[in-house]
Design a protein around this ligand. Structure first.
Ligand code: MG
Length: 756
């Protein structure tokens, strides 16, 4: 909606004439006349008394030009002063007048009262979307077309007008592949689509319909791991030795030895994977159910276990040695240094050997960190440790384990030695799958969890990402003139610069900026964190210079770098919650995001003011869109009905907010339209201004000859700053703003953009 505001009037300051006249009789006597100050300004209901001093060698008079000004006294003799007061004023533009002071010279004091509200001069939008604003969309909870309560491709297609009005030029869709979870980051087949979302025809129709509105489709691609029900992994599960897909996963019969030998690039190395764990490939077979005969040689600390049909022994009540698999079973001494026991056991984790029937220090014996599972009939070396917790369980069953950075439902894919990752079958297969979607019209990929592909090993990840990007982009460019878009989820501890204080654990670990050596775009997580602080602390700090510096650093690494800025995403507390659900702050966050350079992302629901945290599950930050005021069209099944019904009401719906000119949704639409109007905002360069105020974030955005001045007041009170640039053409306003005598007065949480 276009705001109709009174016309901007700037006070044309009239300077006072100060005259010092020479004497007319020979220069022995000086006639002096001056008036100070030359300008007075009053607020609308100003009760202050201001004073004008007169220096005069004779009589003088002071005469106001209008009756709303009151001068006292109106005359005097010699040096003196008079007071000036004004009547209350309710106009929205300033009124001006003057006081003529006459004596043996003449002077004028300009008087103004009130300030000028900004009259927006926003050019009409020509419909060309110039910005590269992306909407992060959760397929499962955006819009349901078929009544099953789960969002789908047709549902998105039915709401393309909404996304178009929001000014977005791309949709980053949550993973679209078959999955076992609602979130879909466990991909069961990279070459097909989740049937809950629709068919390949539905997907193709969505891509084409979106393209017709200038909206591209980016797929979320999960390269770090697959789902456990992926046919590749199921094949490995059934036959880890002979499966055609055994090289697709990080599997090992003795992972610590393999890691030490440098055979497992995909794993961080040492005894600490950083994130993730090794899991039994077959699952649950660490244990054993049945009758076993144990023979311990206490001199060599070796135990031999065999399956047994013999009668069960009654364990010794006290002994030098015990078998532990849930309770302590005393072994019987049958010869010097030999202890034996036949018992039925039922364990899902294995067993331990103890020298006492308690956990006192030194009692526990078990596997070392490099021991494999026990083999029946073969003596098995026992280890102890001063730290009992480091002794491992003695396990039965398969020797194979697989590595998973996240939970065990998502086994990590294996790309082998990073120096030749492009030759690994998993690399080739994932690239091949991406080509299928490129052929269908997909124009970009958001790559999930990229720092974990090689377990935070920066150099390996950089090379992998570069190779994967090149492989897909080379294919894309066979049919397109521009490069494909690809953005990485580079969520690093330490953010942009990484974590300098943790050099031991991850000697090669980098920050977000380092990943531009692999991909043209990375998510700048620092942005949202910093903006939260700016808005909550009401202090801009180094926000402007830091954002500007980040963009410069990325472009210095690669000329095609595009920084991806966002408020929050599906893995974080909702930005509205971080702002204490302050609608004024949420509106200003939108205005700041949409005047920030490079590539902004709007996360589904953010434009409606969705709040939520992950205390009861990630679903609560992934809530479905409420489309109608009756709140009947809500894809709640897409998040297993884990929703905050107090939030998902008609009052927060698209229908309700669309009809409210002052809604958050309309702030997003207005500022997004502004971004699409001006190339300076859409793709311009950010630079700093001389405006200096702890609560004012101001910067220029420039493209060619076009230059805009962006100013945000994050304070809870009105703020007044001197602006040296022209304020003649304000083109966007959030909150309130007025000008007076070359100064800008911005209301609390108010933002303004001037075209210069
Ligand atoms: Mg559906």
């Amino acid at each position: 909606m276009k705001k109709i505001l009174p016309i901007l009037l700037l006070l044309a300051a009239v300077s006072c004439k100060t005259i010092e006249s020479p004497s007319e009789n020979g220069g022995e006597e000086t006639v002096t006349f001056s008036v100070s100050p030359s300008e007075l300004s009053f607020e609308n209901a100003d009760k202050t008394t201001k004073y004008v001093s007169v220096k005069s060698s004779g009589n003088w008079t002071a005469q106001p030009s209008a009756s709303w000004m009151h001068v006292n006294p109106t005359s005097g003799s010699g040096n003196g002063s008079f007071s000036v007061t004004v009547d209350d004023y309710s106009g929205s533009n300033p009124r001006t007048g003057s006081i003529a002071v006459s004596g043996n010279g003449k002077g004028t004091v300009s008087v103004s009262q009130g300030s000028a509200s900004l009259a927006l001069k926003t050019p009409s939008f020509d419909g060309v979307k110039r910005a590269s604003t992306t909407y992060q969309l959760l397929i499962y909870s955006f819009a349901d077309s078929d009544g099953d309560g789960v969002g789908d491709f047709k549902g998105i297609q039915e709401h393309l007008d909404y996304l178009d009005a929001l000014g977005v030029t791309a949709l980053w869709l949550s993973p679209a592949h078959p999955t076992n979870s609602y979130h879909a980051y466990d991909v069961n087949d990279y070459f097909s689509l989740n049937p809950l979302y629709g068919t390949e025809t539905d997907f193709k129709n969505l891509i084409d319909a979106a393209d017709a509105k200038g909206i591209k489709i980016y797929m979320d691609y999960v390269l770090n791991h697959s789902g456990k029900n992926n046919a590749w992994f199921k094949s490995v599960l059934s036959d880890p030795v002979n499966s055609d897909y055994k090289d697709y996963y990080v599997i090992s019969t003795n992972y610590l030895a393999d890691v030490s030998a440098g055979l497992v690039d995909n794993y961080g190395g040492g005894t600490d994977a950083g994130m993730g764990d090794w899991h039994d490939l077959a699952g649950g077979d660490a244990g054993y159910n049945g009758r076993l005969h144990f023979v311990l040689d206490s001199s060599t600390k070796r135990i031999t276990v065999t399956k047994s049909d013999a009668a069960v022994d009654t364990p010794a009540s006290t002994s030098d040695w015990y078998i532990y698999c849930g309770s302590f079973k005393g072994m019987k001494k049958t010869a010097t240094n030999i202890y034996e026991l036949t018992i039925d056991i039922s364990t899902d984790w294995g067993f331990l050997v103890c020298s006492k029937n308690d956990w006192s220090s030194g009692s526990k014996y078990g596997a070392s960190s490099s021991s494999g599972p026990i083999a029946f009939g073969t003596p098995y070396q026992l280890y102890t440790n001063a730290d009992n917790d480091k002794v491992g369980n003695i396990v039965f069953g398969t020797a194979y384990k697989y590595f998973a950075s996240f939970d065990q439902s998502m086994p990590d894919l294996n790309y082998g030695n990073y120096a030749e990752c492009e030759n690994s079958p998993a690399f080739k297969a994932t690239v091949e799958s991406a080509k299928k979607w490129v052929d269908m019209g997909v124009a970009g990929f958001r790559l999930d969890a990229v720092i974990w592909i090689y377990q935070a090993q920066l150099k390996a990840n950089q090379r992998f990402l570069d190779q994967w990007y090149q492989a897909v982009n080379n294919y894309y460019k066979q049919k397109h003139s521009e490069n494909i878009f690809m953005v990485g989820e580079t969520w690093c501890d330490g953010g942009h610069n990484g974590e300098p204080n943790n050099p031991v654990k991850y000697p090669q670990r980098g920050g977000e900026k380092d990943y531009y050596k692999g991909l043209p775009s990375c998510f700048e997580f620092d942005y949202g964190y910093k903006l939260q602080s700016v808005l909550n602390d009401r202090n801009v700090g180094d926000f402007v210079s830091t954002i500007s510096q980040y963009v410069s650093e990325h472009k210095a690494i690669r000329s095609d770098a595009i920084t991806s800025f966002f408020l929050s995403n599906h893995d974080q507390m909702r930005f509205a919650s971080s702002l204490g659900q302050s609608l004024e702050k949420e509106k200003q966050a939108a205005a700041i995001l949409l005047t920030t350079p490079e590539k902004p992302y709007i996360y589904q629901g953010e434009e409606l003011g969705y709040w939520g945290n992950q205390n009861n599950g990630d679903e609560y930050v992934r809530a479905p869109i409420v489309w109608d005021a009756a709140a009947t069209k809500v894809a709640k099944n897409g998040v297993n009905n884990k929703v905050d019904n107090a939030m998902l009401k008609g009052s927060i719906s698209v229908e309700t907010q669309s009809a409210d000119e002052n809604s958050l949704l309309n702030v997003y639409k207005t500022w997004s339209r502004l971004r699409n109007t001006y190339p300076a905002l859409a793709s311009g360069e950010m630079s700093t201004t001389s405006i200096s105020d702890a609560a004012i974030a101001a910067w220029y955005m420039t493209s060619g000859s076009q230059k805009l001045l962006v100013i945000h007041n994050v304070a809870s009170a009105q703020r007044e700053v001197s602006v040296s640039d022209s304020m003649d053409k304000p083109v966007a306003l959030l909150g309130t703003a007025s000008t007076k005598n070359g100064r800008l007065i911005l209301g609390p949480n108010s933002s303004v953009v001037f075209e210069l």
